[in-house]
Design a protein around this ligand. Structure first.
Ligand SMILES: [Zn+2]
Length: 478
């Protein structure tokens, strides 16, 4: 590599910081945006700014139908870009979910499944950051979620990994890091992949007074406003069956949405920085979440335990050069599809072995080949797996063997188990789930190279059903 390490660029930048920042903030925007390029027929992004707002269920945002003013920034982003209606995570908690996003593999494949500290992203997986770095991108990550850190293997491919694993959101800290990264790239004029993982609106819900007022007005819970947020710290008590009054539940939801409003403002500030550094016009901006959040829809709070849509459905927004405003349906967009989509939008080759498919056809408004979703949770002592397509969802409790079937077309909130009425359908889905389980192979754990004929037939069957991509097991080859 002829490029200086990112850290060196940053150090040099730090020395020049005040002068550069004064210039950047002082109205000199645009003077340093790179040489004018010849017009091209197909506008294409040069940079990628990938923002994850932790624990953000899709319906918390105005652009996904929330009537409260939670998300003016994201609504505006959705209006200038593409909003994907039907996007889902593969797990209802951070570590496996973020891994699936960044290396286009399912949890049993990348190996992060439980809270065991040994469940880290193995060196053998090929992450999007590694792939982009191999294609001359500068790569930087800023994360304040303790699950997404150097210690859990997430730094691979990032020249610079700025982590703050404290379970405490600090937008000012993230913006300061982003400013340093953007300053360094502004100097070098190289393409940038910036991954920002913000902790809010993760619990405890402690919004600013302004955000609380904007969402809840003067409404308070029976034990005072802040205590309703703290109720989530007493989750065990609630899980033990102690009822939360519907008024208090409403306040709890309001406090969460007030935090969403704060997270939305953070996105606005981050994108302003990207703009101030002259990168926004060439940037693909992607916003999503690692999972949703429960508010007693199925008897629980928070996330991690269940595989219903309130835990798995996430917002997915893309904006940038070449993307005309639209609302898109992908007949299931999945987290494994995100990295392949980014590569197609950048016009870069897809690596071997990633499981997702590019959503570019749906983003353009073309027909997208339908896909099916595999999701699981091994949170705490749990073992649950689910598969779903646009209409049906099968959830299996692996400890008890209990299966539930939901017809999402007539019962979007998954309130009626219809397995007794659809025996054939549940058999088919259970067979698919078994096939998937047999086909998944952990990467980098000494598995034999190549596939037996039986394995290959299994993979091909699954590919036809829309569960997965290429039949070859993934490997880090480049
Ligand atoms: Zn999370």
């Amino acid at each position: 590599m002829h490029r200086p390490p990112f850290a060196v660029s940053l150090a040099r930048h730090a020395a020049l910081a005040s002068a550069l920042l004064a210039a950047a903030l002082g109205g000199c925007r645009g003077e340093d945006e790179g040489a004018p390029e010849a017009p091209v027929a197909k506008p294409r992004p040069r940079h990628v700014v990938w923002i994850v707002l932790d624990t953000l269920r899709a319906d918390a945002l105005g652009c996904y139908g929330n009537a409260r003013a939670t998300s003016p920034v994201l609504d505006a982003l959705a209006a200038r870009g593409v909003l994907v209606e039907d996007a889902f995570a593969h797990a209802p908690w951070t570590r496996p979910s973020a891994a699936s996003m960044l290396c286009s593999l399912h949890p049993p494949e990348h190996g992060i499944r439980s809270e065991d500290p040994r469940d880290v992203l193995p060196e053998a997986v090929l992450t999007l950051a590694e792939h982009l770095r191999a294609h001359a991108f500068r790569t930087a990550a800023i994360s304040e979620n303790p699950h997404v850190q150097q210690a859990t293997g997430f730094a691979q491919g990032f020249e610079l990994f700025l982590g703050k694993p404290l379970w405490q959101s600090e937008p000012a800290w993230m913006l300061e890091q982003a400013r340093a990264v953007l300053g360094a790239v502004r100097e070098s004029k190289e393409p940038l992949f910036l991954y920002v993982h913000a902790l809010d609106p993760h619990d405890p819900y402690q919004p600013s007074e302004e955000d609380r007022r904007a969402i809840l007005g003067s409404q308070r819970s029976s034990d005072g406003d802040v205590d309703a947020g703290r109720a989530l710290r007493r989750t065990e008590r609630l899980l033990a069956g102690e009822a939360l009054s519907s008024e208090d539940l409403q306040v709890l939801r309001g406090l969460y949405e007030a935090e969403v409003r704060g997270a939305d403002r953070f996105v606005g500030e981050l994108l302003s920085l990207v703009r101030e550094h002259g990168l926004i016009d060439d940037a693909l901006v992607l916003v999503t979440s690692d999972h949703g959040e429960e508010f007693l829809e199925h008897g629980m709070l928070r996330h991690g335990d269940q595989l219903h849509d309130e835990s798995l459905r996430v917002p997915l927004l893309f904006a940038g050069p070449g993307l005309a405003p639209r609302r898109a349906r992908a007949a299931l967009a999945r987290h494994v599809d995100l990295a392949p989509t980014v590569l197609e939008l950048l016009d870069l080759p897809q690596p071997e072995g990633w499981r997702g498919r590019s959503l570019a056809p749906a983003l353009r408004g073309d027909a997208q080949k339908p896909a099916a979703l595999y999701a699981e949770t091994r949170w705490r002592e749990l073992g649950r797996a689910a598969i779903r397509d646009a209409r049906w969802k099968l959830v299996e409790d692996e400890r008890t063997g209990t299966r539930s079937l939901f017809d999402l077309e007539s019962d979007a909130s998954e309130t009626r188990d219809t397995s007794a009425a659809h025996v054939q359908r549940i058999d088919e889905l259970a067979r698919d789930l078994d096939l998937l389980r047999r086909a998944f192979r952990a990467v980098g754990q000494g598995e034999p190279k190549g596939l037996s004929d039986y394995d290959r037939a299994t993979w091909e069957a699954l590919q036809k059903l829309g569960y997965t991509g290429a039949p070859e097991p993934p490997s880090k080859q480049r």
